[in-house]
Design a protein. Structure first.
Length: 100
C-alpha cells in the first residue's frame, strides 16, 4: 500500500474507498468498469463505494451520451472537508469544556 492510500485510511477512508478514490483521481472522467479495473476492487463493490464517495462530496457523476461517468473531486476538496471537520470538532470541544 502506498503512502497516499495509508494517509487516506488515516483520515477515515476504508482501504477499498482509498483504492477507488485514487484510481478515479488518476483516471479522470471514467466508467465504473475502468475505476474497478484500476483499483482492483470488483465492479459491484466499486458502484457502492463510488456512491459513498459521492455522498461525502469526494466524487461526482456526469452523464455523457446517455452513459454515466464518474470523476474524483480534487485533493483540495478533500483537504477542505477535513478542515471543516476539524472546525466542527473544535467547536464541540469548546461546548463540552464549557459544559463541564
Amino acid at each position: 500500500m502506498d503512502y497516499v492510500a495509508r494517509e487516506l485510511i488515516n483520515v477515515g477512508f476504508s482501504d477499498k474507498e482509498a483504492a477507488v478514490y485514487l484510481a478515479a483521481l488518476q483516471l479522470g472522467l471514467s466508467s465504473i468498469q475502468d475505476i474497478a479495473k484500476k483499483s482492483g476492487v470488483n465492479r459491484a463493490t466499486t458502484y457502492l463505494l463510488v456512491d459513498v464517495l459521492i455522498k461525502k462530496g469526494l466524487m461526482g457523476v456526469f452523464v455523457k451520451d446517455g452513459r454515466k461517468f464518474f470523476a474524483a473531486e480534487s485533493p483540495e476538496r478533500l483537504i477542505s472537508l477535513l478542515r471543516l471537520q476539524r472546525q466542527e470538532l473544535e467547536a464541540k470541544e469548546k461546548e463540552l469544556t464549557a459544559a463541564l
